[in-house]
Design a protein around this ligand. Structure first.
Ligand SMILES: O=C(O)CCC(=O)C(=O)O
Ligand SMILES: [Fe+2]
Length: 255
C-alpha cells in the first residue's frame, strides 16, 4: 500500500510540475485546464510542419513582397505579428489539427466555438523588449477565454516562454489573492506577483502546444536572446471583438 501511495504521489507531482498531457484523454485534458488554467501538450505538430510554417512567417514578415499582408510590430520591433495568418497563408489550416483544439475548447468552455483566427508571431531579441502580450495581464477579467499556443521552435527560459500564474483563472484564486476591489483588474506589475511561487514557465519543444484559459494571469516572458516562433489560436464563442478589425488579415474562420 505504501508503495502504491508513493507511486501515486510521484505521478501527481510530475503531473503538476510539467503539466504534460501527452497520452491523456480529452476529458482528462479539460480537467487539467480546469484545475491549473494552463497545460502543455507534447508534439501537437511535427518538425517538418513547424519548419514550413516558420519559413512562411519569415516570408511574410521579413521581406516586403507581400504588400497586402498586415504586420503589427511593437515599438522596439521585437514582436512581429500577423493576425489572421490563415488569410495570408491558407495552407496552415491543412498543416495544423485545429479541429482538435476546437473540440477541447468547446469541452472546456461548455459552449460552441463559432469562429477563430490564427496569430503567427515571431519574437526577436531586442533591447528593452517587454515580452509577448506586454507584461502580466488577464485577457478578460470575467469571461473564460480559451487559446492554444503552438511553439514552432524550441523555447526555453531565454527565448520568451509563455508564463502563467497557476490557478489564477479561478474566481476563488482571484478573491483570496487579490480581493473584491480587484475583480476588474487586467494588468499587474511584476512587484504584485513577486510573492507567488506558482508562476509557471512553459518551456517547450518545437511543435508543443499550450492549452490555456487566458482569463488567468499570464505573459510572454521577456526575450533575453534568440527568437521564438509561435502560432496562437484565438477562439470565439461570440462575435470577434471589433478592436481586431484594425489589425487582422481577412475575417477569421467561421466554423
Ligand atoms: O505569446 C505569449 O507568450 C503570450 C501572449 C498573450 O498574452 C496571449 O496570447 O494572450
Ligand atoms: Fe494575453
Amino acid at each position: 500500500m505504501m508503495l502504491v501511495d508513493f507511486l501515486k504521489e510521484a505521478w501527481a507531482s510530475t503531473d503538476y510540475s510539467y503539466h504534460k498531457i501527452f497520452g491523456h484523454t480529452k476529458e482528462e485534458i479539460v480537467n487539467l485546464i480546469q484545475k491549473y488554467g494552463a497545460v502543455s501538450q507534447s508534439k501537437a505538430l511535427g518538425n517538418d510542419e513547424c519548419k514550413i510554417i516558420r519559413e512562411a512567417i519569415d516570408d511574410h514578415i521579413g521581406n516586403n513582397t507581400h504588400h497586402n499582408t498586415r504586420v503589427w510590430q511593437d515599438e522596439v520591433c521585437s514582436d512581429s505579428r500577423i493576425y489572421g495568418f490563415e488569410a495570408v497563408y491558407p495552407d496552415v489550416l491543412k498543416l495544423v489539427d485545429y479541429k482538435r483544439f476546437v473540440e477541447l475548447g468547446e469541452k472546456y468552455l461548455g459552449k460552441k466555438i463559432d469562429s477563430f483566427f490564427i496569430l503567427a508571431a515571431r519574437l526577436d531579441y531586442k533591447e528593452g523588449n517587454i515580452g509577448s502580450g506586454g507584461g502580466w495581464h488577464r485577457d478578460s477579467p470575467f469571461r473564460h477565454q480559451f487559446k492554444s499556443i503552438v511553439y514552432l521552435n524550441d523555447v526555453d527560459v531565454v527565448n520568451g516562454p509563455f508564463e502563467y500564474l497557476i490557478g489564477s483563472h479561478l474566481s476563488s484564486h482571484k478573491l483570496s489573492n487579490f480581493g473584491l476591489s480587484s475583480l476588474r483588474k487586467m494588468r499587474f506589475d511584476e512587484d504584485e506577483l513577486k510573492g507567488f511561487s506558482d508562476r509557471k514557465l512553459f518551456s517547450g519543444k518545437e511543435g508543443d502546444a499550450i492549452l490555456v484559459d487566458t482569463r488567468g494571469i499570464h505573459r510572454g516572458n521577456p526575450i533575453a536572446s534568440g527568437t521564438r516562433y509561435a502560432l496562437t489560436f484565438y477562439f470565439w464563442t461570440t462575435a470577434m471583438p471589433s478592436h481586431f478589425d484594425n489589425v487582422i488579415n481577412g475575417q477569421g474562420v467561421k466554423l
